[in-house]
Write a new protein. Structure first.
Length: 334
């Protein structure tokens, strides 16, 4: 029980209330004529607060998702709902006040046995946010699985040309490939474009088509930097302008992806992801010596992390070419 202190003719006691988003602790103050009365008031408040806040992790997570729904993207909310339904099931019905570090670590370790490090980190991010809001006293530094470094597999320019040639009978897929690889654009951005986004030789990127629990929806780009204007070759603009209807791509990203994978198989090309076209676009810009800030702006990247990974791959693939160029320059000094 909190201990009251004498303040003039009265007694005063402070009780911890909550910790705000800046980490500052806030307290509730109770004052009475007697020490016992002040301490009883504080005890009653703490008992009522514990009762009001006695939520299971499932209940707390659902409350968190509900209050965050108006300010987060539909994709993020769908991801949160998926975690609530399918992850951390061993502790979902445990009261947040009873979630010890051992229980939390055990649940995260169990997730690591079944899911990728990236998925586990997403689960932990939501778990931490929920506990910070509904159980601020629950402090646990959890050990997460180390992220796995993936090798980026990128088509070369000849393979991009082969893709474009192989889609002569599927102009919609051909346009999607050109927009993605020359942007570089994400598939979700490609499928959200309309003729209204075309302005002369440029195309404005300001939205994305994503899957939600209610079907395919148009939303804001993945990042703030995703809002950008990109200049394309005249033949790409002409192909976009010649599309029937307003939408440049009439089908969903999933439908385009299926046609893309089928085309790769028919053309005898490796099974590249569609996102590899975006990586190709960045790789091409890097190999041509464009500054990384320009590449980030054109591709809508906020972080250099992905670009640095692609840069390493690109430099491996063009190092011989660059070395030959350097040797020629040095030979000219003789």
């Amino acid at each position: 029980m909190a201990t009251a202190k004498k303040r003039g003719k009265s007694w005063r006691v402070k009780v911890y209330d909550y910790t705000d988003t800046n980490g500052a602790k806030h307290y509730k103050s109770f004052t009475a004529e007697t020490k016992r009365e002040a301490e009883m008031m504080a005890a009653e408040y703490k008992a009522g607060k514990r009762k009001a806040q006695k939520l299971t992790l499932r209940e707390a997570m659902q409350k968190y998702i509900k209050i965050k729904t108006p300010v987060l993207s539909p994709t993020t909310i769908d991801g949160y709902n998926n975690i609530s339904r399918n992850h951390l099931q061993s502790i979902m019905d445990v009261y947040t006040t009873e979630l010890t570090p051992a229980l939390l670590q055990g649940a995260i370790s169990a997730e690591a046995q079944k899911y990728s490090p990236k998925t586990v980190r997403n689960v932990n991010a939501l778990l931490s946010a929920v506990l910070e809001m509904y159980a601020p006293d629950s402090k646990a530094k959890l050990q997460l699985p180390q992220p796995k470094k993936k090798d980026i597999v990128i088509p070369d320019t000849n393979e991009i040309k082969t893709m474009i040639a192989a889609t002569e009978e599927d102009k919609e897929l051909q346009l999607a490939i050109m927009l993605a690889s020359m942007g570089p654009l994400r598939l979700s951005e490609v499928c959200a474009l309309t003729k209204e986004d075309i302005h002369g030789k440029t195309i404005k990127i300001s939205k994305a088509k994503v899957i939600t629990s209610d079907g395919w929806k148009i939303k804001q780009p993945k990042t703030v930097k995703g809002n950008r204007t990109i200049e394309y070759p005249s033949y790409v603009i002409e192909a976009a302008q010649s599309v029937e209807g307003n939408s440049l791509i009439s089908v969903s990203p999933h439908a385009i992806y299926k046609r893309y994978k089928h085309m790769l198989s028919r053309a005898g090309l490796p099974s590249y992801t569609f996102h590899a076209l975006r990586h190709y676009g960045a790789s091409l810009l890097m190999s041509q010596g464009f500054p990384i800030d320009y590449i980030m702006e054109r591709g809508g990247w906020e972080s250099r992390d992905v670009l640095e990974h692609i840069y390493t791959h690109t430099m491996d693939s063009v190092r011989t070419q660059l070395n030959d160029k350097l040797m020629k320059a040095l030979e000219d000094l003789k």
